[in-house]
Design a protein around this ligand. Sequence first.
Ligand code: NAD
Length: 500
Amino acid sequence: MRIGIPDQAPDGISPDVTAFLKAPQMLINGQSVGGEGGSFDVFNPADGSVLAQVPSGSEADVDRAVLAAKAAMAGAWGGMSGAERTRLMLKLADLIEENGEELAQLETLENGKSIMLSRLVEVASSAEYLRYMAGWATKIRGETFDVSISVPPGTRYTAYTRKEPVGVVAAITPWNFPLNMCVWKVAPALAAGCTVVLKPAEETPLTSLRFAELAREAGFPDGVVNVITGDGATGAALVRHPGVDKITFTGSTEVGKKIGTQAMQTVKPVTLELGGKAPMVFFDDMDLNLLGPATGIGMFFNSGQTCCAGARIYVQKGIYEEAVATLKAITSSLAIGEGMNPANQINPVVSAKHFDHVNRMITQGIADGATPLLDIAAPKQGYYVAPQLFADARSDTAIMQDEVFGPVATITPFETEEEAIAMANDTRYGLGASLWTRDINRVMKLVPQVQAGTVWVNSHNIPDQNMPFGGFKQSGIGREHGTGALDNYLETKSVCVAYT
Ligand code: NAD
């Protein structure tokens, strides 16, 4: 439903947000531009209204952005020291905090998520992430090596490595944590000395566009940070642009495969952070008081629109009845409503298209024999999906194998550890998993058997800037966070010096 772009700030919405929504622009070579490809609508998932019209980046816009990023590498930015890059990044982190409420409101308006999540995760943790990565800019270093050959006789060699920025980075992000994903890519790229062309998801481009304005205000030279908006076609134009030196993508496995294939045509390094279908394994001896955080943070964080969402719950037989009753009670108590009201815990899913996808997955799950355990009503206007738990889901059906990416989880009983691990690993994905038990021996024995990039114990969905994050199997290639994130944006050059 289209209600129209608001002329005035609705109650509680900052006038800065309303002003920004009137004409959000792309950032190319330090200039705010409208683009050559027309525009597209951005919707408010809470009521289906149009929030803003955003430029649709054309191939020519992509070309200008990549050339600007290339020129910036060769210009002032390329000559800057790590310390100078650190200072700019710290300034940008401060600006994110100073404009935090505006960014948080924009995020909730375009994505639908709780304003609390927007404030704490999108804004506060993005500022911290920038600061963390800013610190690495002054700590990039190579190694020295002894060399054994002596040809021609009498010649000696010393070798060392230099870590050099890979160049122009194409960064493509999804809609579930828009500002976070932007910063997870842009911050390590800048720390490494690269320049960036970012293409945010078409559902949620607004905070990335505001981020670009703040980067310009922070004083980054023209062309260092460019943000192009558009759909998959704009992303594809960016991926195949010959001036791009590195691709970093977060999104679905399906699109990730296309991007990986395209990247190999020109042998470009590519980092892929893809989908997930995380298991949460509840053993008999777990602390049942943890079922609260397991539900709120593990299963339904961001209304289940989290790549690591605990979507497959496995419960040992001894606590099955009690755990299912508790999970049902907790889920039934969650308040459903718009994200601008911080009391609401389940918010609308991001778009009409995604609303249809989640509902289709629920219908398919029932058709495939799964039993819905809850009958909760959701608001009718906007893209609300009531949380749902399924029993009796067969492991070979879509509800167990494919991403629902909404407030939906399956619950399956198991008896032995061996059975639990086999069930947990029964997926093409391998992003996150969690084990819930008081037995440290069991933890140490089972962790190596879980096929996932992150295994949480008595917790779930807790990322940290210092903790490598990425996927096994079809959940991706490469790791973000920590020093590894920086390595994604650095080339290693060996230098071999002969002397006599
Ligand atoms: P998506 O793959 O549909 O889109 C992601 C981005 O890719 C968007 O910006 C889109 O415009 C762009 N795109 C689409 N087709 C393209 C093409 N052919 N070439 C280049 N770019 C293209 O994903 P989504 O629906 O926005 O996000 C949800 C997905 O993201 C889920 O699968 C989720 O698991 C995944 N995700 C993964 C992580 C992680 O860290 N592993 C984190 C968040 C989300």
